[in-house]
Ligand binder design. Structure first.
Ligand SMILES: Nc1nc2c(c(=O)[nH]1)N(C=O)[C@@H](CNc1ccc(C(=O)N[C@@H](CCC(=O)O)C(=O)O)cc1)CN2
Ligand SMILES: Nc1nc2c(ncn2[C@@H]2O[C@H](COP(=O)(O)OP(=O)(O)OP(=O)(O)O)[C@@H](O)[C@H]2O)c(=O)[nH]1
Ligand SMILES: [K+]
Ligand SMILES: [Mg+2]
Length: 446
């Protein structure tokens, strides 16, 4: 028998309305005690007074009862939609706890929805990530996933694998030399197709990860080009210290800022140069590791000074960025230009001024983020999902060798591994521990 659980489902802080969720077999009887209503109608928004255990009035609120199994969790659910702020919501919560409910673990409502077959793991993860999504594009992707898009991919892939497996099971009884070549060919090309599709999905997921977590954008350059000034300008407040002393910024500074429909993590870094100063050297190390972690690099140069060997160092870094997106910008366009722009022409640089205007930069960023979000590919939204498809892919690759050499038992074995890995994306794990871990990362009240 499941215990009845409860939690405040809305954000903690000032808001106009808060929602308390109550799920489990005692939900209805607890609701009767809190509201003193006897006749609670399913899916009816009751406007009712709520009372605490000492019979004092807490609030005039909306109460909705979802009768099992027609609820989010599949259990009896009662929602209290009360006035905002934490006082009222916490009073209602402590009252239902006093009446025998217990505080829900993070993600426990979703976990129950999953265990009761209301949602599968892909939908559960989409719900959890939607809460954290850092862009409208991500929200769209996740909404599709909640409607079962990833689940459909999983089902189709599993069917394709099972078909190949079925062929091979039939052929296992053949002598090696009697296996018809065309069947081998067709299985093999089907598996190639699947490998290709998985590779595409993993690549796209990696590329678009920033849509969910927020793109990490690092501003780099030699000292005094105006990196901190640009950070401040983008944030619209004086977050970082700015001065004409080279080496002002020592530690990296990360702040969130909205660019178009994307919330990004913008990082200001210490100016990169040869330095003897111990602290500055540590700062520069951090700049370099920010480059490693970033999805997008803004390489900044000072157009009011001539190109020198420190700039040259930065340019040589740019050629080793590989899978990162790069925006090259010349700052201080409000001053007289001394910089030979042609040196950077292959990077399509934009001219900006942290003091006078930088719309070109925000536009360039927005176009870039939008383009990363484009495309209809399915997206894997958690490390767990990516691990599972990668494992499936390597198992399929492993299966191809024994297929060529006619060792069908080995082929079957690897293909079954692939089926298991693919299935684990949406179907129950038998391990309670993995479920706890996964749902434990959800928000409280989810
Ligand atoms: N007040 C409130 N708003 C919310 C939620 C919630 O739980 N409460 N949700 C929480 O995530 C989301 C909506 N998701 C929901 C999903 C299923 C059911 C539900 O009652 N399902 C039943 C009935 C289905 C039907 O009538 O079509 C079921 O599946 O049997 C409710 C909310 C977003 N908004
Ligand atoms: N005229 C003009 N001056 C600028 C502009 N951007 C920055 N500066 C000035 O350039 C100097 C250096 O700016 P910072 O923002 O501290 O440069 P930084 O790249 O962060 O320097 P470090 O942290 O030392 O690496 C300051 O005096 C700024 O006021 C600009 O667009 N136009
Ligand atoms: K400076
Ligand atoms: Mg600085």
């Amino acid at each position: 028998m499941n215990e009845t659980i409860s939690a405040i489902a809305t954000a903690h802080g000032v808001s106009s309305i808060s929602i308390i969720r109550l799920s489990g077999s005692d939900a209805l009887s607890i609701a009767r005690r809190v509201s003193k209503l006897q006749n609670i109608i399913p899916r009816h928004a009751h406007l009712t007074s709520l009372y605490n255990a000492e019979d004092a009035l807490i609030d005039q609120a909306i109460m909705i009862y979802f009768a099992s199994p027609n609820s989010f969790t599949g259990e009896d659910i009662v929602e209290f939609q009360c006035h905002g702020g934490m006082i009222v919501a916490e009073e209602i919560l402590s009252t239902v706890l006093a009446y025998g409910a217990r505080l829900a673990e993070p993600g426990e409502f979703s976990k129950r929805a999953f265990l009761n077959g209301k949602i599968d793991l892909t939908e559960a993860e989409a719900i959890s990530k939607l809460i954290e999504a850092k862009s409208v594009d991500a929200a769209k992707i996740l909404a599709k996933q909640m409607k079962g898009e990833l689940k459909a991919f999983v089902d189709e892939s599993r069917d394709a694998l099972l078909r190949s497996l079925a062929y091979s099971e039939v052929m296992i009884d053949y002598a090696e030399e009697d296996i018809p070549d065309d069947i081998l060919e067709s299985i093999s090309s089907q598996l190639d197709g699947l490998i290709e599709q998985i590779t595409r999905i993993v690549d796209a997921s990696h590329r678009r990860r920033g849509l969910i977590e927020g793109f990490k954008v690092a501003i780099i350059g030699k000292p005094n080009v105006g990196k901190s000034s640009l950070l401040n300008a983008l944030l619209s407040y004086e977050r970082a210290i700015v001065s004409d002393i080279a080496g002002t910024t020592r530690d990296t500074i990360e702040e969130q800022v909205r660019i178009g429909s994307h919330i990004i993590r913008l990082v200001d870094t210490a100016g990169i140069r040869e330095s003897e100063d111990t602290i500055e050297k540590i700062g520069i190390e951090r700049s370099l590791s920010s480059v490693e972690d970033a999805d997008v690099i803004i390489a900044l140069f000072d157009s009011s000074r001539v190109f020198d060997h420190e700039d040259e160092k930065i340019v040589s870094m740019l050629d080793n960025l590989e899978d990162k997106h790069l925006i090259v910008a010349l700052n201080k366009s409000d001053l007289e230009k001394k910089f030979d722009t042609s040196i950077l022409s292959s990077y399509d640089p934009i001219e900006v001024s942290a003091k006078k205007g930088f719309v070109r930069l925000t536009e360039r960023m927005e176009t870039l983020f939008d383009s990363i979000g484009e495309g209809d590919e399915i997206m894997l939204v958690s490390a767990r999902q990516i691990e599972a498809v990668k494992y499936a892919k390597s198992a399929i690759e492993e299966a191809k060798f024994p297929l060529q050499s006619g060792e069908l038992e080995f082929f079957s074995y690897h293909l079954q591994e692939a089926v298991k890995a693919i299935s684990s994306i949406s179907k129950p794990y038998d391990s309670e521990e993995i479920l706890d871990k996964m749902f434990g990362e959800f928000c409280l009240g989810k």
